[in-house]
Design a protein around this ligand. Sequence first.
Ligand SMILES: [Fe+2]
Length: 213
Amino acid sequence: MTTQTYPFQLPSLPYAPDALEPHFDARTISIHHDEHHRVYVERLNAALKDHPELHDKTIEYLLRNLNRIPSGIRTAVRNDGGGHLNHALFWSLIGVPGKGTPTGALLEALLDNFGSLDAFHAKFREVATGHFASGWVFLVADSRKNALEVLAMPDHHCVLGTHQTVLLVCDVWEHAYYLKHQQKRADYVDCWWQVANWHEAARRFDRPVEAAA
Ligand SMILES: [Fe+2]
């Protein structure tokens, strides 16, 4: 993401919309990606259109430097830019069922930080179901703390610390699950668990600088 600048592009899904069935249904994936994410990208580009001084800035730069963004477009950059960045991460960190379970160094880190995989799963589920209203839940490797953390963010706030690498992310906005699960967010989080892309999480954990780039 860090090399991408204005005009930002809607990334293609790295799988067919029905590839995550039965856990994620094709209609929800299509609407989520083709409509919700697309609109965030379009609104972000519209906000930046008349600000050429920002056209060479990455989305991470824009979000890390909101105080330098003109006040008239700051909210749009925070909301629509954050929506773009988080959704781009989300699509890349889920995948066809069977992307394995954590192994190697990532498994060891999970066990060190949470005690067991079941305990990690329970912690993630607790945070995701307990988060009020819309937002995002992340598994983050923090190099300063030398630890893994489960973090919840409101709205489209992002994990932006240069010492933080997102390993997994779950979108807990209702648009991610309402068609299939209605208000039952816990059922959706359980389905998300089945499509979590542990291969990509391990790659990002093993090479955090590249993954953060
Ligand atoms: Fe979403």
